[in-house]
Design a protein around this ligand. Structure first.
Ligand code: DGT
Ligand code: CA
Ligand code: CA
Ligand code: ZN
Length: 585
């Protein structure tokens, strides 16, 4: 640990002691110690080695021992024990702006408050306002702090964040002072959720750009407003950072702030191995003092080229082998959005969708798709008005009639999202399921089974002769609900063995199966279908989020079922259902 890390620990010790109501002199000793350490001019390592902390810096015995332990081992037993002795709820209250150890201790002692939930209730009931030294204003401030903490602490769906970012990016690009502008960070890498928005601009005149940025519509709070960096917060709690750099630094800064951290570390090491130093300011010989002799580049691609690499798209910059692949010319040809020729897994008014068969078909045609498929719920999902066997047969007749009518150039496939029951059997008769073009089998009920039971259940559904694809593998709802426990590798192997497709559920809240599993699964032979799980026509747009997942998972067109032509899809379906004459060419 270095000086400032150790000083942080000393300050934390002081805070914990204060919450516990310890002797004020002892508390002050730690605070003073921290300050002294931060301003210490001598080299800490040398003082520790020569045992001169007391002599030169004037620390007391207790502090000398603790600083030495922290310096040498990176941890401190006393500190760990102290942390354990304080209720965690009290420590988390420290994160609320304007709330220090003194107030926390007073509220704990007088009102028995030991969690943020209890604090919130006590502020609302007036109990906090009634405490000596607190008052109504203080209680209101604490309450606002709790609400901010909830909103600010949370991450945001990429989909929602991108909707906020798009007009900002367009606004920046339209400013006359802007030479180059881009988004960066996790937003540009298309992670499923983002912590904040990052923007990078190249310009010689940062001031008007910064002024525009902090004055945008929707800004609730300006948390920084400088010449090189500004930060704002929107109503939703989402924060956005803008950095303006001189135009010649733009692509270095863009690469740096796009990340990921792991990718950057590997890139810097690669530069060092070539005697170069890479940073947000440039790429220069290690021995150079500054960046005045930095390489001059006009794109990120040129930066990669300087390090003997092929261009790596932001989606792949996760430090997961992309540099090795680039070095050996083995980067995948990633799926492109325009390769998608239709979608499966969509709901209509027959179950819980908002649009009719015709409306959905019209929308699919407007997208330029060659085909789309229905997949309404089955009867076990009664809250979603799921279809029983008789209604499925009726819907098939409607779809066939619509196709025969010639009203639309987009072909409609007829499928179902069939519930996988608790024991792994399917919710409808096999004879009914075989009348459909395809079946998406999904779990919506009994989601709390133990891992081995859930795994067995999914494998059984995969082995069912009628199953074409498996829907939303884990059932996760991002930022809300963890997926159910299952052995992903086993389920993936079963899907491959049975020729079953595993969907990428493209609903921005699901994005399931997760991109982290796809590279390996596809190498083993797994196919995916990018399925919007549309409950209304506009949801067809979710395909974009699904394409992001596929790209982050290193998938190319060959791994994606709905990149096939209409004839190829029919042919694939016909293999399972040789008796369905409508699938024959
Ligand atoms: P997020 O915002 O949590 O979803 O993730 P990112 O990747 O957007 O991270 P952010 O906003 O903290 O920083 C943007 C990029 O800046 C990050 O991907 C890598 C780069 N970066 C360079 N140095 C640092 C550093 O010291 N700390 C962090 N956090 N990022 C750094
Ligand atoms: Ca970010
Ligand atoms: Ca950031
Ligand atoms: Zn579903």
């Amino acid at each position: 640990m270095n000086k400032s890390d150790i000083a942080d620990v000393l300050n934390e010790i002081a805070t914990l002691l204060e919450i516990k109501g310890e002797n004020p002199f002892k508390i002050r000793a730690y605070q003073n110690g921290a300050r002294k350490l931060e301003t210490l001019e001598e080299d800490l390592g040398e003082l520790v080695a020569a045992d001169k902390l007391k002599e030169v810096a004037g620390f007391g015995d207790a502090l000398v021992q603790k600083i030495t332990e922290l310096y040498q081992t990176g941890s401190l037993e006393f500190f760990e024990k102290l942390k354990d002795s304080v209720e965690p709820g009290l420590v988390s209250m420290l994160e609320i702006p304007g709330l220090g150890a003194k107030k926390i201790k007073a509220m704990h002692k007088e009102l028995g408050i030991s969690s943020i939930e209890e604090l919130k209730a006590a502020c609302e009931s007036g109990a906090v306002a009634g405490l000596k030294g607190f008052g109504k204003k203080t209680a209101e401030k604490i309450l606002a702090g709790i609400e901010n903490r909830e909103a600010y602490g949370k991450r945001h769906l990429w989909w929602d964040a991108f909707a906020v970012a798009k007009p900002i990016l367009e606004g920046l690009q339209a400013l006359p002072e802007v030479v180059e502008a881009s988004h960066a960070g996790s937003l540009r890498r298309k992670r499923e959720t983002v912590g904040d928005l990052d923007f990078i601009v190249g310009s010689k005149e940062p001031k008007p750009i910064m002024d525009w940025f902090v004055a945008q519509e929707g800004v609730k709070e300006v948390t920084a407003h400088g010449e090189t960096k500004s930060s704002v917060r929107f109503e939703s709690g989402l924060q956005a950072d803008l950095r303006v750099v001189p135009p010649e630094q733009f692509f270095f800064a863009l690469h740096h702030f796009t990340g990921s951290k792991d990718h950057n570390v590997a890139m810097r090491q690669r530069a060092l191995a070539r005697g170069m130093s890479l940073s947000e300011w440039g790429l220069k010989p290690v021995d150079d003092e500054d960046f005045s002799n930095s390489k001059v580049i006009a794109s990120e691609a040129e930066l990669f080229k300087c390090l003997d690499l092929e261009y790596i798209v932001p989606e792949l910059r996760e430090g997961a082998g992309e540099i090795e692949a680039s070095e050996s010319g083995k980067l995948p040809e990633l799926l492109k959005p325009e390769s998608i020729r239709g979608v499966f897994h969509n709901h209509t008014t027959a179950s819980d969708g908002r649009c009719s068969l015709e409306e959905m078909t019209e929308a699919a045609q407007a997208k330029g798709w060659d085909y789309w498929g229905t997949a309404d719920h089955s009867k076990a999902s009664f809250q979603a008005n799921g279809l029983d066997d008789a209604r499925v047969l009726e819907q098939i007749a409607q779809v066939v009639a619509l196709n025969e009518s010639g009203r639309f150039s987009t072909h409609v496939f007829c499928g179902i999202e069939c519930d996988i029951l608790g024991d792994g059997s399917l919710d409808l008769e096999e004879s009914t399921l075989m009348e459909l073009d395809y079946v998406v089998s999904s779990v919506h009920i009994s989601m709390t089974q133990p891992e081995n039971e859930m795994t067995r259940r999914l494998i059984k559904a995969i082995e069912h002769p009628a199953t074409t694809m498996l829907g939303h593998l884990t059932g996760r709802i991002l930022l809300k609900r963890e997926g159910y426990k299952l052995d992903v590798a086993k389920v993936v192997d079963a899907a491959i063995a049975n020729g079953v497709i595993l969907e990428i559920n493209a609903n921005p809240r699901r994005l399931d199966m997760d991109w982290r599993f796809w590279r390996r699964a596809a190498e083993k032979g797994l196919m995916t279908s990018i399925n919007p799980d549309a409950h209304r026509a506009e949801h067809f747009d979710f395909v974009e989020a699904g394409v992001n997942v596929a790209r982050k998972g290193w998938l190319g067109e060959a791994n994606v079922f709905n990149a096939l032509s209409l004839a190829e899809v029919k042919q694939a379906f016909a293999k399972r259902r040789p008796n369905l004459s409508r699938l024959q060419a």
